[in-house]
Design a binder for this molecule. Sequence first.
Ligand code: AMP
Length: 113
Amino acid sequence: MSCIFCDIREKKVPAEIVYEDEDIMAFRDADPRAPVHILIIPKKHILSLSEIDEEDRELIGRICRVAARIARQESIARSGFRLVVNSGPDAGQAVDHLHFHLLGGRSMSWPPG
Ligand code: AMP
């Protein structure tokens, strides 16, 4: 089954990559909802947050650390940022490859719509 984020991981589809290591990749969202809007993905194809299991514990922890590192890189660590995961239809998940939205650079309301 085709997956747009697997294609980005494979560099078959272009993206502005801001971070990459053996297991994790981060690139700018094609339709940014904030001045900084970056998607952080595990390279491994995990369908959604509800599909993670015990063996992914370290990977998810590392993704959070990568998010904090990118926030510093993008100069939004002090002003603040959000790390958002949409999981499933009610949350509006559109791409079935686990991804974390890193959003910042403007003030945000709560709760999200
Ligand atoms: P979600 O609704 O949580 O599944 O978010 C999917 C996100 O992927 C949206 O914010 C899209 O703008 C973004 N997106 C979809 N295709 C691409 C792409 N080719 N490059 C970068 N971002 C993308």
